[in-house]
Design a binder for this molecule. Structure first.
Ligand code: AN0
Ligand code: CP
Length: 317
């Protein structure tokens, strides 16, 4: 595998999951792969889990790691082609990217949707330039439309916790005060659609996701109905996808918060969220603190998904 930006890059999903369990059982067995290899992680946005888990995964593989927060100490980057750079941007992405490529063997990029231009976001304008101009393998640490390292970790977690072969998995929208990307939800849908799980997406009207990601999932506008018999509840907020309200927050309706009364409708479902989570907006304290909440093991599996992806990239160098 050279680049990793979506589920299609991982190849056979069953085999990738098997590899995840092998890596998890002995995560220091592949130190030779990363010896004298350098990972540079570029962050255009904040992170706790992705930064720590990906660095840990790289160290498990024996790699050297450099982390750069573009907004803290680097030059302000121009990303548009053809502009006269007489404003506050000091350097162009078209120089910065190949320069970054000079100092490393693998590049991880976090660059969220900017909500300035839907086409730019959905064409993955930033990460695709890293792929084009860095000369290095590039992997997504959440780009504009997807967060594949998260979705892979989510799938590993579901496989670990599921009690039936084909669990009912429900992706539910939940309220949040600020506009968030669709990336986590898109990506979760894209990965779950590669399984044979019973997959339902529930959200208020107006929050329809891009049909390319919804795929064959059933969409149910009644959240309570969606929860009935669920084995996993995966909560996430996202802002509007459809025009003319792309990137907007239409409502912060707390009747969509995941609470104990709704969880009681499920088949004693596990509660999942990628984190960071706003308590008592997305989910009540009671649910996230309950025995059914698996948000911490889910976060722990980020180290494993990152290690499988880095291992596959290193094996291809
Ligand atoms: C980001 C998002 O929703 O895409 C990152 C989640 C992993 N969340 C926030 O910005 C709160
Ligand atoms: N889940 C996740 O990607 O968390 P961070 O934004 O903290 O990296």
């Amino acid at each position: 595998m050279r680049h990793f930006t979506s589920v299609k890059d991982i190849g056979d999903l069953r085999a990738a999951l098997q590899e995840a369990f092998t890596v998890k059982a002995d995560r220091f067995a592949y130190q030779h792969l990363g010896k004298n290899k350098t990972l540079i992680m570029i962050f255009f946005n904040s992170s706790l889990r992705t930064r720590l888990s990906t660095q840990k995964a790289a160290m498990n593989l024996g790699m050297n790691v450099i982390v750069l927060d573009i907004n803290q100490g680097a030059w302000k980057l121009e990303t548009e082609h053809g502009v006269i750079m007489d404003g506050d941007k000091t350097e162009h992405l078209l120089e910065a990217i190949p320069v970054i490529g000079c100092y490393c063997d693998v590049i991880g990029v976090r660059s969220f949707a900017r909500f300035e231009n839907k086409t730019d976001d959905y064409e993955e304008k930033i990460i695709s330039q890293f792929i084009k101009y860095s000369g290095r393998p590039v992997f997504s640490m959440e780009a504009a439309t997807r967060h594949p390292l998260q979705s892979f970790a989510d799938l590993i977690t579901i496989e670990e916790y599921k009690k039936v072969e084909r669990p009912k998995v429900v992706l539910t929208w939940a309220p949040h005060p600020k506009a968030l990307p669709q990336a986590v939800a898109n990506s979760f849908a894209e990965w779950i659609n590669e399984t044979d799980y019973d997959f339902v997406i529930t959200h208020p009207e107006g929050y329809e996701l891009d049909p390319r990601f919804v795929g064959n999932a059933r969409v149910e506008y009644d959240q309570r109905k969606a929860f009935e018999g669920a084995d996993f509840i995966y909560a996430k907020n996202w802002s509007v996808y459809n025009d003319p309200h792309y990137g907007e927050v239409l409502n912060k309706d707390r009747s969509w918060t995941v609470d104990a009364e709704k969880m009681a409708l499920t088949n004693n479902a596990y509660f999942m969220h990628c984190l960071p989570v706003r308590r008592n907006m997305i989910v009540t304290d009671e649910v996230i603190e309950s025995a059914q909440s698996i948000v911490i093991p889910e976060a722990a599996n980020r180290e494993i998904s990152a290690q499988v992806v880095l291992k596959k990239i290193l094996e291809s160098l």
